[in-house]
Design a protein around this ligand. Structure first.
Ligand code: NAD
Ligand code: AHE
Ligand code: ZN
Length: 376
């Protein structure tokens, strides 16, 4: 294409474990089947901190992190038909090409089209569109929303209703959709079913929201931070349990089994802690209970349980992006938000300009932040 580079600001992660630094970067024009987006707002998800910390097996540096962003299409490369300049869009870390084996299976929202290069921090042609101080910067999760301009594959972006505030819709790019989708699509909770949610961050509280929508019976939130009790009830939880107030680590399993007359129909791990994942599985009802792993664990971590837990009918599953197909289903979620059917504003506890993005990371670790939204 004939497009020109754009020079703008971005928060760059130069190396693992170091603070992000605001830099002037060059964003190259989109090539064939690519889209350049002016990012207006981005959320900060726990996964951004996870990768920055250095424990993500796929983490590579220097990189432009961020994967929960909303913006407006600035220009498109050759062959792009699904969006056009001026469209209000959300970046998708789970692409949807509609042509690969995954997309055509009807069984999953995972898409194989760009996942291999995405995992390497590169565009599908194996190169980067970011430059800074004479070197290439890597992309992240196919999004890189911590930049005022980014370039993504056309399969990794969806246009949504422009009347929706981008400072809200950015959160549908990960946290809210992930939890809400896990409850409503992946688990597809039936009325009266009892559920337990481990971890009441944006993801866990969004599972609560989805469970309420699906008319679950008991909606029990488990969190080690008592400040999450009020938050849980605000989103519709029926019970809150702090496992640290129980006699021992695994007592939470007995407690949940007792509260639900034999175990939960569904449990959700929204912590990323593999010990919690085990408790979540073992708190499921014998014969049919299903535990869904959403949390992301550090390199080297593994889950375990006695095989007997599965022999006796418990199921262990997981999902990415809640099982939501981004291009097909996200516009509808934005409409649901506009119609007042799903809460989005309620998750936003902090707002910062790009220069203060490190404060947003610190807030997340401090535990009184559900979501910080960065105004780019
Ligand atoms: P968050 O940090 O805001 O929330 C985590 C919550 O878990 C906190 O309230 C914390 O107090 C609680 N917690 C920590 N240890 C606990 C324990 N031992 N028992 C009970 N509760 C505990 O994080 P978030 O942004 O809501 O993300 C949650 C997890 O989901 C992270 O691991 C994140 O990387 C992952 N994630 C996965 C997907 C996906 O598609 N699979 C999408 C988004 C986020
Ligand atoms: N890269 C890590 C795993 C990270 C991971 O599991 N990411 C989730 C999304 S977290 C969003 O906040 C995910 O969607 N995974 C599926 C995928 O295709 O990336 C690792 O362990 O290598
Ligand atoms: Zn995320």
């Amino acid at each position: 294409t004939t497009g020109k580079s754009i020079f703008c600001k971005a928060a760059v992660a130069w190396e693992a474990g170091k603070e992000l630094s605001i830099e002037d970067i060059e964003v190259l024009p989109p090539r064939a089947h690519e889209v350049r987006i002016k990012i207006y707002y981005t959320g900060v998800c726990h996964t951004d901190a996870y990768t920055l910390s250095g424990v993500d097996p796929e983490g590579a540096f220097p990189v432009v992190l961020g994967h929960e962003g909303a913006g407006i299409v600035e220009s498109v490369g050759e062959g792009v038909t699904n969006v056009k300049p001026g469209d209000h869009v959300i970046a998708l870390y789970t692409a949807e090409c509609r042509e690969c084996k995954f997309c055509k299976s009807g069984k999953t929202n995972l898409c194989g089209s760009v996942r291999a290069t995405q995992g390497l921090g590169l565009m599908p042609d194996g190169t980067s569109r970011f430059k800074c101080k004479g070197q290439d910067l890597l992309h992240f999760m196919g999004c890189s929303t911590f930049s005022q301009y980014t370039v993504v594959a056309d399969v990794s972006v969806v246009a949504v209703n422009p009347a929706a505030g981008m400072d809200k819709t950015c959160l549908l790019g990960c946290g809210i959709t992930t939890g809400y989708g896990a409850a409503t699509i992946t688990a597809d909770i039936k009325p009266g079913e009892n559920v337990a949610i481990f971890g009441a961050g944006c993801v866990g509280l969004s599972v609560v929201q989805g469970a309420v929508e699906k008319k679950a019976g008991k909606i029990i939130v488990v969190d080690i931070n008592n400040k999450k009790k009020d938050w849980s009830f605000k989103f519709g939880a029926t019970d809150f349990v702090n496992p640290l107030e129980l006699p021992k680590d695994t007592a939470i399993v007995d407690k949940l089994i007792e509260m639900t007359d034999g175990g939960c129909d569904f449990t959700f791990d929204c912590t990323g802690n593999v010990k919690v994942m085990r408790n979540a599985l073992e708190a499921c009802h014998k014969g049919w209970g299903t535990s869904i792993i959403i949390g992301v664990a550090a390199a080297g971590q593994e889950i375990s349980t006695r095989p007997f837990q599965l022999v006796t009918g418990r199921n262990w599953r997981g999902c990415a992006f809640g099982g939501v197909k981004g291009r097909t289903q996200l516009p509808g979620l934005v409409e649901d938000y506009m119609a007042g059917k799903i809460k989005v504003e309620d998750f936003i506890t902090h707002r910062y300009p790009l220069e203060k993005i490190t404060t947003a990371f610190n807030d997340m670790h401090a535990g009184d932040c559900i979501r910080a939204v960065i105004n780019m």
